[in-house]
Design a protein around this ligand. Structure first.
Ligand code: SAM
Length: 273
C-alpha cells in the first residue's frame, strides 16, 4: 500500500490547525535531501513527520532520524509506513514544548542537521528555538512559505528585510534554494512554498554586547516607515551618524537600508569602554 492508501485505510482526517499539507513528490523530496550532506554519522531532526514521506528518505541516508509529530492520530499509520525503517524515533508531542538538548543526548553522532517541511503557523518559533536553546546545528533545511523564505534570505534595501532577517543572519548564512508550487502538496495549500538552507556561520560578526546589538536592531525597525533618527532617538544619534558617515549613509535613512555589519559597528561604537 502506498502512503495515501494507508492514510485512507486508517480514516485519517487532515487537520488544518496543524498545518498538514503533505509532500509526496519523490523528485522534490530527493532534491531536499540532497541539499543536506547527510552521512551515516548524522543525526537528523525532522519537525512534523506527517505521513513520513520525507522521513523515509532521511532514514535511508542518515544514522538516525529523530522526528516530532503533534498529531497522535498519525501513530498507527506511521507505524505501518515506517515499519521497515529501524533508525527512526518519533516523539509524539508539540516540538515547541520539548527540551531538544535532553531529547538528543542519548544519541551518538558527528553532525546534527534539521530537515523538515515545517508547519507554517510556527515556522519562526521552530527556527529560533534552535538558537535560543543554543543547539549546535550544522544546517537547517526547511520548506517554508515562499514569502517567508524571501524574508529570511532578504538583503538590505528590500521590503522584506527586517530585524528577524538580521537576527537569523547573525547565526546562519541563509539561501533560498528553490520554489515549490502549491500543486504538489496534498491537500493543496493556498500559498507556494520554498526550501531554505541555513548553514551555521563559521565566524560570527564581532560584537561587544550581543544583547545591545539585537535591541538596537529591534528598535531601529520599530516603525518601519520612520527613519533611524526617529526610531533610535533614545540612543546617541551623533555617534550613530559618525559611524554611518564612513559608509556614505546617515540617520535620515530607514533601518531597511542598513547592513548587519553596519548595525554591528554602530552597536560596538555605542558600547565602547
Ligand atoms: N513532513 C511531512 C511532509 O513533508 O509531508 C508533513 C509536513 S506538514 C507541512 C507539517 C507537519 O507538522 C504535520 O504533520 C503537523 O501535524 C505537524 N505539526 C504541526 N505542529 C506541530 C508541532 N507543534 N510539533 C510537532 N509537529 C507539528
Amino acid at each position: 500500500m502506498n502512503i495515501k492508501e494507508i492514510l485512507n485505510d486508517n480514516d485519517f482526517i487532515f487537520k488544518k490547525k496543524f498545518g498538514q499539507n503533505f509532500l509526496l513528490d519523490q523528485n522534490i523530496l530527493n532534491n531536499i535531501v540532497s541539499l543536506a550532506d547527510i552521512t551515516k554519522d548524522t543525526l537528523v531532526i525532522e519537525i512534523g513527520v506527517g505521513a513520513g514521506a520525507l522521513t523515509k528518505k532521511l532514514s535511508e541516508v542518515s544514522g538516525k532520524v529523530l522526528g516530532y509529530e503533534i498529531d497522535t492520530t498519525l501513530k498507527i499509520p506511521l507505524s505501518k509506513i515506517l515499519e521497515e525503517y529501524k533508525n527512526v524515533d518519533i516523539v509524539f508531542d508539540d516540538f515547541l514544548k520539548r527540551v531538544v538538548k535532553d531529547d538528543i543526548k542519548k544519541y551518538n553522532y558527528n553532525k546534527l542537521m534539521v530537515v523538515a517541511n515545517l508547519p507554517y503557523y510556527i515556522t519562526t518559533p521552530i527556527i529560533t528555538k534552535f538558537i535560543e536553546e543554543n543547539i549546535d546545528v550544522e544546517k537547517i533545511i526547511v520548506m517554508v512559505q515562499n514569502e517567508v523564505a524571501d524574508r529570511f534570505s532578504s538583503k538590505p534595501g528590500s521590503k522584506s528585510y527586517n530585524s528577524l532577517t538580521i537576527f537569523l543572519n547573525y547565526y546562519f548564512d541563509i539561501k533560498k534554494a528553490f520554489v515549490v508550487p502549491r500543486s504538489v502538496f496534498y491537500p493543496k495549500p493556498n500559498v507556494d512554498s520554498a526550501v531554505v538552507v541555513f548553514s551555521k556561520k563559521k565566524t560570527k560578526l564581532y560584537l561587544n554586547d550581543k544583547d545591545h546589538f539585537f535591541k538596537l536592531v529591534k528598535n531601529a525597525f520599530t516603525q518601519k516607515r520612520k527613519t533611524l533618527k526617529n526610531n533610535l532617538s533614545n540612543y546617541d544619534l551623533n555617534k550613530i551618524n559618525e559611524v554611518l558617515k564612513k559608509h556614505d549613509k546617515n540617520i535620515t535613512l530607514r533601518a531597511e537600508n542598513i547592513t548587519i555589519e553596519e548595525f554591528a559597528e554602530i552597536s560596538n561604537e555605542l558600547t565602547k569602554q
